[in-house]
Design a protein around this ligand. Structure first.
Ligand code: PTJ
Length: 249
């Protein structure tokens, strides 16, 4: 038995663990109630994908790692679902690519902001951005637009997992390279991303970190070649095909 009262050999172990973490996140005041709905939506797509990282998602995760390594100022954006599902893994990725982490909420309240910052510190983060909120994303209403001017405001590459479509679009319009993790290949977030990663965040983040560690010795030219070879339309089409056909071939 582990964190959840189900043996790891259970065929739906990962899915049950994910649900448990989101539920615990709501109880701790980290995750919003809407986060439960978002989780249910994601879970349905993951079920259709066979709850596995497809070859195409793995390739996108490698491209995301290359972008993060090439970036001048990479920032990992953290919302209430991300904080509940993989806080330590996000901190580990930030270490691997020398990125900032910033809490950025759709349903922003001071209590949730502080709870998430503390939760990330408990999982090893030194500095967590987001409380300053002295920058704005143009074109969004007040609360959702708040960012740190020296965080997401200044970033050239942003990882935005489980984002709502409006804000993903607004960030893309600011000219930022957007790496999106979203199990729905038809979502606006995935469709506006420079690199759409159609995979469960629980699998995706540790895999981006593993790729980043493996690519750390690569030259700038090699990383640029990896980035240039990526075809986002093909990645989205692969994901949609995998969902319709029930996982990888
Ligand atoms: O914490 P907050 O206030 O910032 O709110 C965060 C949520 C997630 C509630 C908010 O951003 C929201 O409402 O998002 P949406 O519009 O429901 O979109 C979430 C997307 O993430 C959907 O397309 C889901 O399919 C996808 N998703 C859900 N769980 C996962 C996921 N993708 C990858 N891994 C998951 N575990």
């Amino acid at each position: 038995m582990s964190e959840v009262e189900v043996p790891e050999s259970h065929p739906r172990y990962e899915s049950l663990l994910t649900r448990h973490r989101i539920e615990a996140g709501v109880e701790k005041g980290i995750t919003s109630k809407q986060g439960l709905i978002a989780q249910g939506r994601g879970e349905a797509f993951d079920y259709l994908l066979g709850e596995e990282t497809t070859d195409s998602a793995d390739a996108a995760e490698r491209v995301a790692a290359a972008h993060l390594l090439l970036a001048d100022h990479p920032v990992l954006s953290i919302n209430g679902n991300v904080a509940a599902l993989c806080p330590g893994e996000m901190v580990d990725l930030a270490d691997a690519v020398d990125a900032d982490v910033e809490v950025n909420l759709f349903n922003r309240t001071d209590e949730r902001m502080r709870a998430i910052v503390d939760h990330l510190r408990d999982h090893g983060a030194d500095e967590v951005k987001g409380l300053e909120a002295d920058g704005r994303i143009p074109g969004l209403d007040h609360e959702r637009a708040k960012v740190d001017a020296d965080g997401i405001g200044d970033a050239d590459v942003v990882l935005v997992p489980l984002e709502d479509g409006d804000r993903a679009e607004a960030l893309a319009e600011m000219g930022k390279t957007e790496l999106v993790i979203d199990l729905n290949p038809l979502s606006r977030s995935a469709r506006t991303a420079t690199v759409p990663i159609v995979d469960n965040i629980i699998r995706a983040v540790p895999n981006v970190t593993a790729h980043a560690r493996e690519l750390r010795g690569a030259s700038r030219e090699e990383l640029e070649d990896i980035v240039a070879a990526f075809d986002r339309e093909a990645a989205l089409a692969d994901a949609e095909r995998a969902i319709r056909e029930g996982g990888d071939d």
